[in-house]
Design a protein around this ligand. Structure first.
Ligand SMILES: N[C@@H](CCC(=O)N[C@@H](CS)C(=O)NCC(=O)O)C(=O)O
Length: 216
């Protein structure tokens, strides 16, 4: 049972550096849904508190609370929002093949490219730029990311599927791990990523106030 009147809460990391929180935050904004955010202090292991851990099942951020229903895993949350709020702008494309491709990209971004995620962590995006060049593994992953982006991004650097979808924001976020740290990219890909980065929903996350970072 979906009820638009039930309150929505997004549980986020305190420092606003989680790429998974980013995805859910942007989806909620793009859908125009009213929601509140609740920080979870990962640096204090607040995600392990039984009340949070057991409701979210996996004890991670992000998590969504919609009335009494709790859900974790960013991609599951994005897809739930499309299912639960069918009268709002879609986060994933309506067309079946485009939606499948968007899921492919989102799943790939979440499960692959580990050297980029490690060597160009989100701390280097929002706190302090990376001090070392990419390793061989990092460079190989960067080449792979840029190849995939070059293949997918249409000439003119518009959205991947003709209109914005969550796959655009997630891909732009991954590309910005490189771009913000001075990595070169084909002009078409750079223009695409920079345009996506300027979306108000994305900028709201990027510019959100952040306290002094405490590693965890
Ligand atoms: N696959 C998950 C990954 C979520 C995740 O790794 N969250 C991190 C923060 S970026 C977290 O909660 N870390 C704390 C922990 O694992 O205890 C998703 O897509 O939501």
């Amino acid at each position: 049972m979906n009820d638009a009147s039930k309150p929505l809460t997004l549980f986020v990391d305190t420092f606003w550096i989680s790429p998974y929180v980013f995805s859910c935050f942007v989806a909620l904004r793009e859908k125009g849904l009213d929601f509140t955010v609740e920080p979870v202090a990962l640096q204090s292991k607040a995600q392990h508190a039984p009340a949070y851990r057991d409701r979210t099942i996996t004890g991670r951020v992000p998590a969504l609370r919609h009335g009494d229903f709790w859900l974790a895993e960013s991609q599951a949350i994005v897809e739930y929002l499309d299912d639960a709020f069918p009268d709002t702008p879609r986060a994933l494309p309506r067309d079946v093949e485009h939606r499948a491709r968007a899921r492919q990209i989102m799943a790939w971004i979440r499960s692959d490219l580990m050297p980029i995620r490690e060597e160009r962590s989100t701390v280097t995006m929002f706190y302090e730029r990376a001090a070392s060049p990419l390793s061989v593994a990092g460079s190989t992953a960067a080449t792979q990311l840029l190849r995939v982006a070059d293949l997918l991004v249409p000439e003119g650097s518009g959205s991947l599927f003709g209109a914005w979808s969550q796959a655009d924001s997630d891909l732009a976020f991954m590309l910005h791990r490189l771009l913000l740290n001075g990595h070169a990219a084909p002009a078409k890909v750079r223009a695409y990523a920079e345009r996506e980065w300027q979306r108000p929903s994305v900028q709201e996350f990027v510019k959100h106030e952040r306290g002094a970072y405490v590693p965890y």
